[in-house]
Design a binder for this molecule. Structure first.
Ligand code: HEC
Length: 450
């Protein structure tokens, strides 16, 4: 008898110390599948506690936090919160879906609606990656429409078998803006194994200043970047290029064309993109002044690493605001470090600090560097948030374009610390230069002052 008791006690103790999870009968809950199979794989790299992206979006999608952070929670994005959305609405059916900001952020097939109707909603998720599969979207949608329960199976796992995903339709001309200016380059040839970069100037012949509240850019594949510049007020008349003439940065032998380089000294960038498709709107009441008679220098850089001639083409739309509705004038900064050397065969980290002389409301940040860049980090310098990481990029070709809504406010005397790491795997020292094999360290941003 005592032996039996002992045995059963041991068995109990064994049970306790093994602490088996409560027996799961049947398949996992729908929410469990979403968190473990979709979010953990595609989102948690950014949305994990302590990362700059999680701080910026105030959203953590790891298993311990995700459900509470999503269901019934208000969005961090000011515009979505103002529209009365929740991150995930617990309401059932279509009303729940339409009130769920998460759905807006992942529903890539509806991106025309997303960018067209909700210019302040930031970027589609996952940021900078392929969209979720159509199966994953259908599965998440079914979960939201079922009231987003934490337990139970409310979506058919067979939906997940569809692993197709939305791909942007091939390059096509942008429709003309209703009130605005359309700019177009090409189609033009990019010779085999060649980097073609050129400029072409267009005059803005309107009788009055206009204000740009939205930019759209669409590019044929193979583009490294497209930028629009104006010219500094003190540009000598003889440096101003003639309209529509194509000015190559390098001749057919690869040598710089100095007349082209000289005009670059007087450039003021206004907008640019390294993404094949870019659609950006300023917050309501903010727009960028385009003075009457402005000269817009269009700059395209294509890289052809194949043995065949490829074709480049770029459309850009500048949409004009109703001038009477403009409260703040948007400005652009380009914090550029041009004075550096990256020794041959070494990994080098460059650090540069910049301070602003007035209070700035920062609406967007984007880095620019070339192919040796491993990491590009931006921290706030000075003030209460000194040292806080606000931007990071690991992709020189497609750096994230980060939008801040509400804008990131930096007080007078505060600024950014930019830290960029490069791997110079070549056998020559590298410095600042315009080819992708030279390097750059630029932080671009849109801002307004009071
Ligand atoms: C490369 C980093 C990155 C990845 C990967 C990423 N996100 Fe984000 N996410 C961000 C950043 C930065 C923001 C804030 C800016 C914005 O909304 O565009 C954000 C914002 C969000 C928001 C809005 C939060 C709010 O309340 O304003 C949601 C929802 C979201 N992400 C969901 C996801 C989901 C779901 C995935 C995976 C499918 C994902 N994200 C993958 C970086 C990322």
């Amino acid at each position: 008898m005592p032996i039996l008791i002992l045995l059963s006690l041991l068995a109990l103790a064994g049970c306790n110390s093994e602490a088996p999870a409560p027996v799961e009968t049947g398949p996992r809950s729908t929410w469990g599948v979403i968190q473990e199979d979709i979010f953990a794989a595609r989102c948690v790299g950014c949305h994990a506690a302590g990362t700059s992206f999680a701080n910026q979006s105030a959203l953590v999608l790891t298993g311990d936090a995700a459900y509470a952070q999503l269901v019934g929670a208000a969005p961090d994005n000011a515009s979505a919160a103002g529209d009365g959305l929740l991150r995930v609405s617990p309401a059932a059916g279509l009303p729940g879906l339409l009130k769920s900001y998460l759905w807006e952020k992942i529903n890539a097939p509806d991106q025309a609606h997303f960018y067209g109707d909700h210019p302040q909603y930031g970027a589609l998720m996952p940021l900078g990656g392929n969209p979720l599969t159509n199966g994953e979207l259908a599965f998440i949608r079914a979960w939201i429409e079922a009231g987003a329960p934490e337990t139970g199976q409310v979506a058919d796992p067979a939906l997940l078998a569809d692993d197709s995903y939305y791909e942007r339709p091939p390059f096509a001309p942008l429709p003309e803006p209703e009130d605005g200016l359309q700019l177009h380059l090409g189609p033009f040839d990019v010779p085999p194994y060649f980097e073609r970069e050129f400029f072409s100037m267009v005059s803005f012949d309107s009788g009055e200043d206009r204000f740009i509240d939205r930019f759209e850019i669409s590019m044929q594949s193979g583009s490294h970047h497209f930028l629009i510049y104006t010219f500094r007020d003190d540009t000598p008349a003889e440096r101003l290029p003639a309209s529509s003439e194509v000015r190559e940065l390098r001749d057919a032998d690869g040598n710089y064309v100095f007349d082209t380089v000289r005009t670059m000294l007087f450039h003021v960038p206004i907008v640019g993109s390294q993404w094949p498709f870019f659609d950006f709107s300023f917050p309501p009441g903010v727009a960028m002044r385009l003075p009457a008679g402005s000269r817009l220098d269009l700059n395209s850089h294509y890289i052809n690493r194949t043995g065949e001639t490829t074709t480049g083409e770029v459309y850009a739309n500048l949409h004009f605001a109703n001038s009477s509705e403009v409260v703040h004038e948007a400005q652009i900064f380009g914090l550029s470090n041009v004075d550096f050397t990256l020794p041959a065969g070494k990994v080098t980290t460059l650090t540069e600090e910049y301070q602003f002389r007035e209070r700035r409301h920062i609406m967007q940040l984007m880095s620019h560097a070339h192919e040796h860049m491993l990491e590009f980090r931006v921290e706030i310098a000075g003030g209460a948030r000194d040292g806080e990481l606000v931007y990071v990029s690991y992709d020189w070709e497609h750096p994230p374009i980060l939008e801040f809504d509400p804008p990131l406010v930096l007080e007078r005397g505060e600024g950014f610390k930019v830290e960029a790491t490069y791997d110079n795997w070549t056998d020559r020292d590298l410095g600042f230069g315009f080819l992708s094999e030279d390097e750059m360290m630029i932080l671009y941003g849109f801002y307004y002052t009071e």
